[in-house]
Design a protein around this ligand. Structure first.
Ligand code: PMP
Length: 402
């Protein structure tokens, strides 16, 4: 079946209404299709009520819709059961939850948390916070010059001291795709747990937590065409059941007494307070939408990446691409000659091309490459080959200005 990009674009109001915009910043956040916008609007317009606490039908319906969204998350990740999926504000909050709750309860002085040099700050800083509290130490697996992870070196760093290995499946700054299944197997062989940051991969690849065999996996809804402020933590039930609460408040308790409080089972124990109900329902719609487009969407993104990379190499020899690993998602991170990335970004905007510039929340990765930032163009399944041409054409015009 051929992939009809124009038909897909017509389902995205923002793209439809801005036909001259070349949106190449989907790694920061993806655009939203009408079905997601409708799911959120319908909830507020027709079904709005708080969940879990109401005896009336409207509230029971909202509860059912929220829990159905959880089932969609579980199906999207191929989790064994939906209670292994906790709604969070996004990948960042999910990692903070694991670091604070699991890390706070299980890490001691001398223990090691193994991360990689290409992690997003969201998979570094929460671990630094818990390391500071527990005396655990962060160990960092190196990246090669081409932006690929040095997997043998990572495996050599795993020891009986390693308590958890946290690794991104796809680098947001370079697009590198890491062999997370292999890494999880090596970590487990040494008795360590594993956390996979799927914030970037959820938008591009089919995720399967049972196949990866990870203990934790996190992603954000807004990068998968869903709303902002909603995402999920997947955690193996037997681990989640032993984790202490992350935040306290309403909805996560069984009974409260000043003499002591008892907590709900999983996943409710980790969802204190009124959650982002509309966001969860919108996320459910988004996951259904992107799932239905695969695997053609992935093939289209791969073709776009290959096309744009080839065209750049042929027509802009002074453009230096950072991240040339063999397995890459549809991200091109680069310098255009000696022109400052911020200048490139601002000038591309004047030609209607939206890209991101800076350190991409990956300052250690930038330091490793000896730079302070890049220009990053990230392609989604709704981008076209014509947009890739306009992007390269705009880059040529920027080059001529210097
Ligand atoms: N990890 C990676 C690899 C990311 O790209 C991002 C978002 N840029 C995050 C974590 C954090 O996601 P969020 O800001 O949606 O919580």
């Amino acid at each position: 079946m051929s992939f009809d990009v124009e038909k897909i674009r017509s389902a995205f109001p923002l793209l439809r209404e801005n036909p001259t915009l070349v949106y190449l910043d989907s790694a920061a956040t993806a655009q939203k299709p009408q079905c997601v916008i409708d799911a959120v609007c319908n909830f507020y317009a027709k079904h709005n009520a708080n969940i879990h606490r109401g005896l009336y039908r409207l509230s029971q319906q909202a509860t059912a819709d929220f829990e159905r969204a959880r089932e969609r998350v579980a199906a999207f990740l191929n989790a064994r059961e939906s209670r292994e999926c906790v709604f969070t504000r996004g990948a960042t909050e999910a990692i903070n939850l694991v670091a604070a709750s699991w890390g706070g309860a299980n890490l001691c002085a001398g223990d090691e948390i193994l991360l990689t040099e290409m992690e997003h700050h969201a998979n570094i800083v929460p671990w630094q916070l818990v390391a500071g509290r527990t005396g655990a130490k962060i160990v960092v697996a190196p990246m090669r010059d081409d932006g690929s992870l040095d997997v043998p070196a990572l495996k050599n760093l795993i020891s009986e001291k390693t308590k958890i290995v946290g690794v991104t499946q796809t680098s947001n700054a370079l697009g590198t795709v890491n062999p997370v299944k292999e890494i999880c197997a090596a970590a487990h062989a040494a008795g360590a747990l594993t956390l996979v940051d799927a914030a970037q991969s959820a938008a591009h690849f089919v995720l399967d937590v049972q196949d990866i065999a990870c203990d934790f996996l996190v992603f954000s809804g807004h990068k998968v065409c869903g709303p902002t402020g909603i995402g999920a933590l997947y955690a193996r039930a037997e681990i989640l059941e032993k984790m202490p609460p992350y935040q306290g408040g309403g909805d996560m308790i069984e009974t409260v007494d000043f003499a002591g409080t008892t907590f709900r089972g999983i996943p409710g124990r980790f969802e204190a307070g009124t959650p982002n109900i509309a966001g969860a329902i919108g996320l459910g719609a988004a996951l259904d939408y992107v799932s239905a487009l695969r695997p053609q969407a992935q093939a289209h993104e791969e073709a776009l990446l290959a096309y744009a990379t080839k065209k750049i190499r042929a027509e802009l020899p002074e453009l230096r691409i950072f991240g040339t690993a063999e397995k890459k998602a549809s991200v091109i991170s680069f310098h255009l000659g000696e022109i400052h990335p911020s200048d490139v970004g601002m000038l591309l905007d004047t030609f209607g091309v939206a890209v991101r510039v800076g350190h991409h929340c990956a300052m250690p990765l930038m330091k490793r490459l000896g730079i302070t930032g890049t220009v990053r163009a990230s392609f989604a399944f709704y981008n076209t080959f014509e947009e890739a041409d306009r992007f390269v054409g705009a880059l040529k015009k920027v080059r001529e200005m210097f």
